[in-house]
Design a protein around this ligand. Structure first.
Ligand code: SIN
Ligand code: FE2
Length: 214
């Protein structure tokens, strides 16, 4: 590998913490397949606005695929093997999803990543996701792999307390963020998505977050 190529390779990754990074454009080669799979998934399990235990309707619309799906209602947050809206199991993780998640995790230093859940978030313009930790998984060391599609967004990446300082991370179509190991429990969120139209995805941002629940 020549030096220039090596430098370009390094530039395609931004380190956010010891075990957290952004892989710029990493999902671009498989975007068509991902979007086709999302269409199939949403036909089986439509996007919906979940209610938080506190009674707030979430701005982000969500659906799932995988063995487990993330759900929220007045009783709390949890993972469920079936879609509470239909009673049907979630569709399995498509091969393209599994391959991308494993490839991104490996690139970020996590070998043999086999997620068992993928939460799919849909952000209309103006939609935000407040700071939170992903803490409903039994496996809290396996990484989170988060794929951004469509409109750009600003991702907030913080510390281990809600009030800790956050860094603002611009995310573009095709970017993949990976955080795991000692950085797995960091607070994170998304600032309101600015209105616009993406050539391929339209007036929305889609996000896939892979987790290992069990
Ligand atoms: C999440 O934290 O579940 C989603 C993050 C994102 O949309 O980038
Ligand atoms: Fe999250």
């Amino acid at each position: 590998m020549n030096d220039l190529f090596a430098a370009q390779q390094r530039e395609t990754c931004t380190q956010l913490a010891a075990q957290a990074c952004v892989l710029h454009g990493f999902a671009l080669p498989v975007v068509g397949a991902l979007l086709a799979d999302i269409r199939t998934i949403q036909a089986s399990a439509p996007f919906r606005h979940l209610v938080t235990p506190g009674g707030h309707v979430m701005q982000v619309a969500m659906t799932n695929c995988g063995t487990y799906g993330w759900c929220s209602d007045r009783r709390g947050y949890r993972y469920d093997r079936v879609d509470p809206q239909t009673g049907n199991p979630w569709l399995p993780l498509p091969p393209t999803f599994l391959q991308l998640a494993a490839d991104a995790a490996r690139e970020a230093g996590f070998e043999d990543y086999v997620p068992d859940a993928c939460l799919i978030n849909r952000y209309a313009p103006g939609t935000r996701l407040s700071l939170h930790q992903d803490r409903d998984e039994h496996d809290r060391s396996s990484p989170i792999v988060s794929v951004s599609l469509g409109l750009p967004a600003t991702f907030l990446f913080g510390g281990f307390e809600r009030g800790d300082k956050t860094v603002r991370v611009p995310l573009q179509h095709g970017d993949v963020v990976v955080w795991g190991g000692g950085d797995r429990m960091r607070f994170h969120g998304v600032l309101p998505v600015k209105p616009g139209r993406h050539d391929v995805v339209g007036e929305q941002r889609l996000n896939l977050t892979f987790r290992k629940v069990r």
